[in-house]
Design a binder for this molecule. Structure first.
Ligand code: FES
Length: 291
């Protein structure tokens, strides 16, 4: 309730001594001249509490600033973290020779064998995923045996005797890639392994394997690249190979665990094209096998 100076004020002058409210009203309304005065009364619904309004304004501004800062941080993190790249499915990719000619079963069986010492590498399905290309058949074309090292009938193997296979060339321990991890043909190291069936060369003395010079993990190319020595505990992923009617060789998929260092084998890099060439690498040989 507000009284102005020009409003008539009630005082004892206008209320006789018998007026029931005279003393109380005279005291209550004895106000200085020329000012506005607020007198305690029931809250006026039109009145605004300035303190509350300022607090609400402050909270609103803080919310807007906080939301803006959160968006800025989120946006920055989005750009700091690279987007996940990869491909949706395994492509059918033709393998080609170093000179660009199609890689055929006939050519592989005449030029590659269990004795081939240089690593033969191709990338699939991503450009940063190297793989070993191997023909485990004996060089002389004879059936493998303990005295004639090699393997026929390898799981997933293609070619006349099922001896042509491909495995990831990235170690499943801590990810050392070729040539730190390499194929060791017979006679490279004195170490041999009892690997068992299904290869005809299942004698207790298999002298060829894939070995990683970083920490000594060894894999058996005759048996789906299973571990022969640690510290790796997982096999190498195996590339699925196929041939067409002309004997041309294609990579069409992959079996086994994901390639080391990749969320799955299809993510973590860009896909290869419709053909991929073989490449030669000189292996890093280190005959170091855990006891
Ligand atoms: S990275 Fe190959 S054994 Fe450790």
């Amino acid at each position: 309730m507000i009284f102005r100076d020009d409003e008539p004020r009630i005082s004892t002058t206008f209320c006789s001594a018998t007026c029931p409210f005279s003393s109380r009203r005279a005291t209550a309304l004895d106000l200085p001249m020329g000012r506005l005065h607020r007198v305690a009364s029931e809250p006026d619904p039109d009145d605004v509490d300035e303190t509350k309004r300022n607090v609400l304004k402050l909270l609103a501004v803080a919310g807007i600033v906080g939301a803006g800062a959160g968006g800025l941080v989120g946006g920055t993190l989005q750009y700091l973290q690279p987007p996940l790249i990869g491909i949706a499915s395994y492509p059918r990719v033709q393998l080609i020779e170093v000179d660009g000619s199609p890689l055929t079963v006939a050519k592989v069986e005449s030029e590659y064998s269990v004795e081939t010492s240089d690593d033969t590498i191709f990338y699939y399905p991503l450009r940063n995923e190297p793989n070993f290309f191997l023909n485990l058949a004996p060089a002389n074309g004879q059936a493998p045996s303990e005295s004639n090292p090699g393997a026929w009938g390898v799981p997933g193997g293609i070619g006349t005797n099922g001896s042509i296979v491909a495995y990831s060339a990235i170690c499943q321990h801590l990810g050392c890639p070729a040539p730190a991890i390499s194929y060791y043909p017979p006679g490279t190291c004195s170490q041999t392994f009892n690997t068992g069936p299904p290869s005809p060369n299942s004698s207790p003395k298999q002298p060829f394997y894939i070995h990683c010079s970083c920490h000594g993990s060894t894999y058996d190319p005759v048996h789906s690249a299973a571990n022969l020595t640690g510290p790796a505990v997982l096999p190498l992923p195996q590339v699925v190979l196929e041939t067409d009617a002309n004997g041309n060789i294609f990579a069409v998929g992959e079996n086994g665990p994901p390639v080391n260092g990749h969320l799955n084998t299809l993510t973590g890099g860009y896909g290869v094209g419709s053909t991929v060439p073989l490449a030669k690498e000189t292996p890093v040989i280190l005959c170091s096998f855990p006891a």
